[in-house]
Design a protein around this ligand. Structure first.
Ligand code: PEP
Ligand code: MG
Length: 756
């Protein structure tokens, strides 16, 4: 049965339209279960009637024309009870409602199961048979399983407007949910970034002349290398010199001894160059794709990208460049950083991808460039969308195609308001983040790429509260050397000096990993992450700390921060290593003071150890992104449970209060460097809790500063007290919004507005 089920699901999922998917489902289920009828009833738009949408066995003319009210007939009964109804003879049931149009008179046995998605009934799946008999338990279980699968198809079709447009065939407004990788809203023309050539369609062929094939490969490689060098140059102009590293990785992959070497071997075995290339690329891609880790799967995208570029030259000897409109929204299955670099910067308005994660390199780059981006919008019908008008709602993580006039106007207004707001905020650049009654907050930025530096300084950051060192590690194909790291760190420290720069030691594991250091685990978020990994590899840790120390020579603005700490012993071990590294660099003749060392509070254990941790270090910094995930047991990257992920949860608020109290008892300052610090409402609440520093993405800095400057500390404290009496995150969030609106901060909240 499992096999049958898998086949049905596969077929239904690959059906081109909802109509086909529903018809297929009805047919396959009827055949698999050996019954005479299988029908699918779905709730209509009003949510008040179940409409017969597909059937095998009932009269075809009834499809789309027959419907039942919410409590009408056995179908209504299944929906009301939200559980299967299994009857030997439907006709004798008091709720039976005879529908002459369907021709169901001869069928006695009835089994109906609800189609439920995220707790909501979407429809009812029914099988019927002539014989009077009760369907057995295994049949019931099978239908329940099928219905769970059907619910995903229906929910998706409903969300994307396909269900509504099923019969009209109109171009309709459709919504596709993904994850926001960069906030902001834009309206533009979708441009499908199609690959330069299609590797999968290359046939197997024998090489007629092996040497000739090798020389064709070589000349294609020469052209691709020069193309990549040009992209590297562009990237360094828009992102900073450091970003060349990714392209160096590409170039190394294109080295005659690397990937091409393997292709040559295949050619010598008798394959033509194109076929040999496909085989080698497929093999590498397969290896990467087997990895659980989202980032490593992205490396598969890089290899595929290289393969397609080489193939394009093998096939035509040249590359056709795509044209882009002025307001291009780039759409694609996966979009790599080099693909993004290929498009002139002034033409890219937004980005949307079907796969990919928020921590991919492209997403990090998009954020740094301020391009509203949605990733992981699985249902995007790329080919149909090409050329259509689309809205990228990066606040909500949503792509909207063919918006109606009203929706378009609403977004135009949001975009305009945001533009005016930003223009108005610029004057705050050199003003302090001080409340009307004189409480001063330190506002800092989170950085990773070189390009973050300029944006942060532009907005008057008082320092760096979190420099994510894993980012320069991600773009390479090996660990950067001590000297390479020193140069990168020096640039950060120098740019902000004399302001402090808080460098976090390598935080990989979980959803962030390095292509050259794969970690395979059942539960990566509960596994080898952050400090756990670097303490197991003191050589990596020592090189990094030495590089940080050396980079700070003469500047003395370095602070070191340890991620994912769960116990005191980890801190002691890390401090011991930092001390050793410090002695070493001093022995090498450098006069560098010992930098302040801090700990990130990201897991519940660290919350309860806050006092003991504060005794040993110079500062604590709350990473609310991870703390929320671990306190609430909600994966921060899982769309399925995204509604449950909220830093407004009372448990998160209580945890932060506890950390602040404990640290202050020890006379140590506390900062917050998770997303929470960058939201005007929660920033005020954190301020009221006594948090000393807020560190956030540069794009939120001026908004947060504006919020702080418009209220008094007393207002914030009162708001906090009110919030602490509430026990529900949604109520808290709505209440804070309301109070901020009343206090005249409405424009700063614009981005939270929910538009359906
Ligand atoms: C956090 O967890 O809140 C944090 C700032 O670290 P990251 O988002 O890099 O895990
Ligand atoms: Mg974290």
């Amino acid at each position: 049965m499992l096999d049958v089920l898998r086949k049905i699901v596969q077929e239904v999922n690959s059906a081109e339209t909802v109509r086909l998917a529903l018809d297929l489902m009805a047919r396959r289920v009827r055949d698999a279960m050996g019954t005479e009828v299988c029908s699918i009833y779905l709730l209509d738009d009003s949510g008040q009637r179940y409409v017969l949408m597909a059937s095998e066995g009932l009269k075809p003319e009834a499809i789309g024309n027959v419907s039942l009210g919410l409590s009408e007939g056995l179908v209504g009964q299944v929906g009301l009870r939200e559980e299967p109804v299994n009857l030997e003879n439907a006709h004798t049931h008091p709720k039976f409602h005879y529908l002459a149009e369907t021709g169901e008179d001869p069928f006695h046995a009835f089994l109906g199961v609800p189609v439920i998605h995220h707790g909501k009934v979407l429809g009812v799946l029914v099988i019927q048979q002539r014989d009077s008999r009760r369907f057995d338990q295994s049949e019931e279980a099978f239908l329940v399983t099928i219905s769970a699968q059907l619910s995903a198809v229906v929910a998706h079709a409903r969300a994307t407007g396909q269900l509504q447009a099923m019969d009209t065939g109109d171009t309709h407004t459709a919504f596709y949910d993904g994850m926001s990788a960069c906030q902001g809203a834009v309206i533009g023309e979708a441009v499908l970034l199609y690959p330069p050539a299609d590797l999968s369609s290359v046939p197997d062929r024998a090489a007629e002349d092996v040497e000739e094939e090798i020389s064709r490969l070589d000349s294609a490689l020469v052209q691709v290398r020069s193309e990549v060098r040009e992209l590297a140059e562009r990237a360094s102009r828009s992102l900073g010199r450091e970003e060349q590293a990714l392209f160096e990785v590409y170039l190394r992959m294109l080295d005659r001894h690397a990937l091409p070497g393997e292709v040559v071997t295949r050619i010598r075995e008798g394959h033509w160059a194109q076929g040999a290339l496909r085989m080698v690329v497929d093999e590498h891609v397969r290896n990467f794709e087997l990895m659980d880790d989202a980032y490593l799967r992205e490396r598969a995208a890089d290899v595929r990208d290289i393969g397609r570029r080489v193939l394009a030259y093998l096939q035509t000897g040249s590359r056709r460049q795509q044209d882009f409109p002025e307001n291009a929204v780039l759409i694609g299955d996966e979009i790599t950083t080099p693909m993004l670099m290929e498009v002139p910067r002034d033409k890219v308005t937004g980005i949307a991808t079907r796969v990919g994660s928020r921590n991919s390199h492209m997403a990090i780059v998009a954020r740094a460039m301020g391009i509203p981006t949605v990733v992981g919008a699985q249902g995007l019908p790329l080919k149909q969308m090409d050329g259509a008008e689309v809205i990228i709602d990066g606040y909500r993580g949503r792509v909207i195609s063919n918006p109606g006039a009203e929706l378009r106007e609403q977004f135009e207004q949001i975009i305009e308001e945001e533009r005016t707001l930003q223009a108005g905020l610029e004057k705050l650049r050199d003003e302090p983040a001080r409340t009307t009654d004189g409480l001063a907050m330190e506002v800092m930025v989170n950085t990773g790429l070189m390009t973050d530096i300029a944006r942060s300084l532009d907005r008057g950051a008082e320092g760096v509260g979190l420099y994510r060192t894993e980012i320069p590690f991600m773009v390479r194909d090996r660990f950067p050397s001590e000297e390479e790291q020193r140069v990168i760190y020096r640039e950060q420290l120098q740019a902000f000096a004399p302001r402090p720069v808080t460098m976090r030691t390598l935080d990989v594991g979980g959803d962030k990993s390095l292509p050259y250091f794969p970690i395979e685990e059942e539960n990566p978020f509960l596994g080898w992450r952050g400090i756990r990994l670097t303490l197991d590899h003191p050589e990596i840790f020592m090189v990094q700390v030495r590089a940080m120390l050396k980079a700070s020579e003469g500047l003395n603005n370095l602070r070191i921060m340890l991620p994912m700490v769960t116990s005191v012993i980890e801190v002691e071990e890390a401090q011991h290593l930092i001390h050793r590294a410090w002695l070493e660099v001093r022995e090498e003749g450098m006069d560098i003071p010992m930098p302040p060392v801090g700990v990130m509070i990201e897991v519940p254990a660290a919350v309860y150890q806050a006092r003991a941790l504060a005794q040993r270090v110079d500062f604590l910094s709350v990473g609310t992104n991870d703390l929320t995930q671990y306190l609430l047991a909600v994966d921060r990257n899982n769309r399925q449970v995204a509604d449950l992920y909220s830093s407004w949860h009372p448990a998160v608020l209580q945890a932060i209060i506890h950390v602040v109290e404990q640290a202050h008892e020890e006379g140590k300052p506390v900062s917050v460097c998770g997303e929470m610090a960058g939201d005007p409402g929660s920033a005020l609440i954190l301020m009221a809790m006594g948090v000393n520093t807020l560190s956030m993405s540069a794009s939120n800095l001026l908004k947060v500063k504006a919020a702080i400057r418009q209220v008094s500390a007393m207002f914030a404290r009162q708001l906090l007290n009110e919030v602490l009496a509430m026990d529900n995150s949604e109520v808290i969030s709505a209440y804070v919004d309301l109070q901020l609106e009343k206090a005249g901060l409405e424009e700063l909240l614009g981005r939270r507005r929910n538009i359906q």
